[in-house]
Every structure is written in structure tokens, then in C-alpha cells.
Design a protein around this ligand. Structure first.
Ligand SMILES: NC(=O)C1=CN([C@@H]2O[C@H](COP(=O)(O)OP(=O)(O)OC[C@H]3O[C@@H](n4cnc5c(N)ncnc54)[C@H](OP(=O)(O)O)[C@@H]3O)[C@@H](O)[C@H]2O)C=CC1
Ligand SMILES: N[C@@H](CC=O)C(=O)O
Length: 288
């Protein structure tokens, strides 16, 4: 059985989840793919940080060049976040002929095309499915199944933190601040949750979806962005009393005037499937 050797950069919420799932699902993955996956080393920022017990046997380092220079490593997984440092790392990894997997939506939304071209030039793969809508394999579906379709609309709940906050305000009567604190504790929010609550995280994901569905690279300035910071429990309750739910929706809509791009709190009728999406869960609607 071929053993695929992975170097991972970042062992936070996402990175430690990658290690855990590769361990827990080892037998199933081997059965389904005929491959085994081994985490050779994890690069982190703070070697003194306490790690979960299932990470104890992962070799740790702080120097990214250890991964880049190790010719036995097939894939580099970038889950450290940031834009400049992650871009630099990924460029070096691709140039070193390593396949790269990243969950970094901020980076892919801004530099995805450039990095994809670099990957192609070096004959390696760049994959970023986890950058949009968590576990929903929407990018792969748009890249393949929708290839011959004209997509008209993409609409969805693209940010788990804000959906969690709105659900908790609605169902548990938490204030915005209490719900945001809970979202941070559960690891849904980014280390700086500004991008979550102000709609920028959803906008990055919308830009990636728009590129995949319509073939258009859109700058963030082309997206009309409003977050949920100003919403109060009374707004959530007023929507519910009228038979609607407040959701932060990302919308990419092909109109006669062109593509309309927005991220904003919107009222969704309670009978609509998207209204049923609770807490940190995401959903994407594609009309074609
Ligand atoms: N949280 C989520 O639910 C999701 C996050 N993402 C994206 O995944 C990425 C990671 O997010 P998340 O796991 O939440 O982030 P965390 O803040 O939880 O973890 C970041 C990790 O990267 C390490 N790190 C940070 N800077 C450096 C550096 N310069 N060199 C080496 N290691 C570094 C940290 O080290 P140390 O542990 O020592 O501090 C930590 O292990 C981001 O791009 C995020 O947007 C995508 C989908 C879901
Ligand atoms: N902070 C993000 C994490 C996943 O992308 C979110 O809340 O959706």
C-alpha cells in the first residue's frame, strides 16, 4: 500500500482536526483509497502550548524549511491562517513540487488564481475544498458536475459562527455578546472574529464560489457586505414572529444587469430549507 507523507503547518482547531480524523478513519481511508497517510511533522508557532493527547506522537517543529527540504514529503497542509506568511509558504511548497492542501479562504479568495497557475506550472495539485462551507464538498461539485451548466444563483449560509450566534439568540435567548463568546469557545470563530461577524469571512467564501461557478475573479470591493454586529435579540424575535428567520446569506446572482454580489443578514421564510440550518452548520443553494 502506498504511504502518502504529509507535513502540516498549524495544529490549531483545523490542523488538530485533520490529525484526529486521519487517525480515527485510518482503516476506512485505506480501504476506500488503497493509500495510507502519515503525518511526518507538524510546524507550529508555540512549542510550549499544551496539545490534546491524540497529538502526543506527532513530531513538532517551528521551522517550515524542514518540511520544504524533506524530499519524502508528498503533501503540505497549510492550516496556520494569515495571508502573507501562508502565501509565501505555499509558493515555496509548490515550487518545491509539493502538493498543497489549504483551508485558507482569505488567501484563496485573493490569490487563488495566481497560486493555481503556480501549481500547474510545477505539475502539482493545489486543493482548498475546506476553505468554503466546512464539510460540504461544494467546490468539487461545481468544478465537475456543473461544468456544462449555466449557474444562475449561488446562495448560502457560508459562515458557521454567525449562524451559530443567530440561532443561539433565537433559541436560547442569548445576547449577541454571549453567543459570540460561546462561538469562540467552541472554535467556530476565527482567532480574530471580526471577519466572521462583519461578513468578510462569508465574502471570501462567496468570492471563491463565484470564481468556481461563474469563472469570474471578484475583488472584495465588488461585494456589498453587511455583518450581524448591529443585530439585537429583538430583530431576531421580530423576524420569527412574522414567520421568518434572520440568516447571514452570501448571494451571487446573475441578473440582466450582471452579477449581483452581497453578504448581508436576510429574512428567510421559515418554510424554506435554508431556514432549517441551525447553529454552526452551513448550506449552499445552487440554481442552474
Ligand atoms: N476554525 C475553523 O472552523 C475553520 C478555519 N479555517 C481556516 O483554517 C486556518 C486555520 O484556522 P484555525 O485552525 O481555526 O486556526 P488556529 O488559530 O486554531 O490555529 C492556527 C495554528 O497555526 C499555528 N501557527 C500560526 N502562525 C504560525 C506560523 N507563523 N508558523 C507556524 N505555525 C503557525 C498555530 O500554532 P500554535 O498552536 O503553536 O499557536 C496554530 O497551531 C485559517 O486559515 C482559517 O481561516 C477554515 C475552515 C474552518
Ligand atoms: N470562522 C469560520 C470557520 C470556517 O470557515 C466560520 O465560522 O464559518
Amino acid at each position: 500500500m502506498k504511504n502518502v507523507r504529509i507535513g502540516i503547518v498549524g495544529l490549531g482547531t483545523v490542523g488538530s482536526g485533520v490529525v484526529r480524523i486521519l487517525k480515527e478513519q485510518q482503516a476506512l481511508i485505506a480501504q476506500q483509497t488503497g493509500l495510507s497517510f502519515e503525518i511526518v511533522k507538524a510546524i507550529i508557532a508555540n512549542p510550549d502550548r499544551e496539545r490534546a493527547s491524540y497529538l502526543k506522537d506527532v513530531a513538532l517543529g517551528t521551522d517550515i524549511t524542514q518540511l520544504l527540504q524533506d524530499e519524502s514529503i508528498d503533501i503540505i497542509v497549510e492550516v496556520m491562517g494569515s495571508v502573507a506568511a501562508a502565501k509565501d509558504l505555499i509558493e515555496q511548497a509548490l515550487a518545491a513540487h509539493k502538493n498543497v492542501v489549504t483551508a485558507n479562504k482569505d488567501l484563496i479568495a485573493q490569490y487563488g488564481q495566481e497560486l493555481a497557475e503556480l501549481a500547474m506550472a510545477n505539475n502539482v495539485a493545489l486543493r482548498y475544498e475546506a476553505s468554503v462551507a466546512g464539510g460540504i464538498p461544494i467546490l468539487q461539485i461545481l468544478r465537475t458536475a456543473y461544468k456544462a451548466d449555466q449557474v444562475h444563483t449561488i446562495a448560502g449560509i457560508l459562515n458557521g459562527t454567525t449562524n451559530f450566534i443567530l440561532t443561539q439568540m433565537d433559541e436560547q435567548g442569548l445576547t449577541y455578546d454571549q453567543a459570540l463568546k460561546a462561538a469562540k469557545e467552541k472554535g467556530f470563530a476565527e482567532s480574530d472574529p471580526t471577519n466572521d461577524v462583519d461578513g468578510f469571512d462569508a465574502a471570501y467564501k462567496l468570492a471563491i464560489l463565484t470564481k468556481m461557478a461563474f469563472g469570474l475573479s471578484v475583488p472584495q470591493s465588488a461585494i456589498d457586505i453587511t455583518g450581524i454586529r448591529e443585530l439585537a435579540i429583538d430583530d431576531v424575535k421580530a423576524a420569527r414572529a412574522a414567520g421568518y428567520e434572520l440568516k447571514l446569506i452570501g448571494l451571487s446572482d446573475l441578473t440582466d444587469e450582471g452579477l449581483r454580489l452581497a453578504v448581508a443578514p436576510m429574512v428567510v421564510h421559515e418554510n424554506q430549507p435554508i431556514a432549517q440550518i441551525r447553529n454552526e452548520h452551513n448550506a449552499v443553494l445552487v440554481k442552474s
